[in-house]
Design a protein around this ligand. Sequence first.
Ligand code: DGP
Length: 110
Amino acid sequence: MDCLFCKIAAGEIPSQKVYEDAQMLAFRDIEPKAPVHVLLIPKTHLDGVRALTADNAAVVAHIIAKIPEIAASLGVTDYRVVTNNGAAAGQSVQHLHFHLLGGRTLGEMG
Ligand code: DGP
């Protein structure tokens, strides 16, 4: 499958990794919208939230449970976690990812 984030997860495309384990990778967004802006992805391919089911969602619990540790390692205590789902919502990469944003005051979501 020709998926950018699968290639990043496989190490075929370089990224600035901030956390990695068997199930997930966290790396810095190439177009940061805040001083801290990392993307949290499952290593296995899922198109997005729309692809989640009871059978494949355990990795999401794993990713979410790691956020406090990852945020602390990046020096932020206040942060936002966002996932865009579908083009009209701003999803440009069709591999499930959570944006972790912090390091500045974040305004209301539009
Ligand atoms: P979204 O628009 O929600 O699908 O978020 C995709 C994010 O991925 C966007 O903020 C920019 C980022 N991005 C796109 N290509 C690359 C890349 O090659 N490397 C990294 N690190 N980030 C990328």
